[in-house]
Design a protein around this ligand. Sequence first.
Ligand code: XUL
Ligand code: CO
Length: 436
Amino acid sequence: MATGFFGDIAPIRYEGSTSENPLAYRHYDATRVVMGKTLAEHLRPAVCYWHNFAWAGSDMFGLPTFERPWFAETMAAARVKADVAFEMFSLLGVPYFTFHDRDVVPEGASFGDFTRNLAEITEYFQDKIKETGVKLLWGTANLFSHPRYMSGAATNPDPDVFAYAAAQVKNALDATAKLGGANYVLWGGREGYETLLNTDMKREINQLGRFLSMVVEYKHRSGFKGTLLIEPKPQEPTKHQYDYDVSTVYGFLQRFGLEKEVKVNVEVGHAYLAKHSFEHEVATAASLGILGSVDANRNDLQSGWDTDQFPNNAAELIPSMYAILRSGGLGNGGFNFDAKVRRQSIDPVDLLYGHIGGLDICAQALLAAARLIEDGKFDAFLSERYSGWANPKAQAMLAPDATLDGIAARVGAEGLDPKPRSGRQEWVENLINRYV
Ligand code: XUL
Ligand code: CO
């Protein structure tokens, strides 16, 4: 039964780029095929639970601004929340959703309550998934909001907190598996430190490695078929987080022998916080073979905070979309809108505007990147730039038997005198802008 939360708003449809209807897609034509897949198959877009249904619009200076009928810590309210959430997924026509355990149910008075509540809503979700066809892109556990986690979850100095976090992840992983989730995400918002004056870093990183190893072991034993993903972020809420960026996470995975077991969920705003571009993080993950999924959003670059706004600049996203397409796509992953409307955007329809714009921008960027690839000009430019490496003498330098002194002898004998060549940055920037 419809909740009436969105009034008489009809399902959002694709109407083409000339449409003036603010409640229509102008670029996201879900069934349009490019490079052998539909836009829906390329993007696998997901709506997140937390920003839309759990956050109430408060900030560090102000009280909640959103009034929602499900704002109460009861299971009845959790079901109303789920009813509205699945209505919104269906209105938007998105194929996926994402959630934290704590977004979807109250904790109750004990861990037993929390476990029962999560199991109950999981069954409720199973019916909703059957009814609507909307699937789970990933589930996760919130190991950062409750005061017990203020000094970390797996990295906490108190072993009982480590145990509590392990129990919570077990339950969230079970729920994700039961719902047929394509992935399970671990974001370590409190896995880091405020000051080294009270922190044993070596011990904490070892705890984190053991914790993740147990998650991997349990995943295999419990039969969960999805992909495990770590979501890198350099800081916020802690001053320094251990999962700083994609490269750091890869080093951590290698150290614990988990680089074939765990991939990354790359978030646009987190890349900025690490003083990287999003395309840098995506391309790094792709080159390391650990590109798993994307949290789509953007930060306000003036404030320097993780503001989680909806994407609104297609041109800026093209290099990332190019890297994703070139690496063969996101596989099990997708584009999760880890984005929230501003706290003045208090009406239900604002939730729709945010997602319509974000999804349209992603579709526009993906279509542009596909044209860029199909045209071949950009690839031709790149391969010409590296064409010298096709020379057998160049290849020989990369063979295992090549030596520094051997190369030095050849430089002298052949009188090598390499001449600088233009990198053509502006030319290539202009080329890419032609595809927007
Ligand atoms: C926090 C963040 C999280 C993760 C899931 O910055 O991005 O919402 O995506 O825990
Ligand atoms: Co995120």
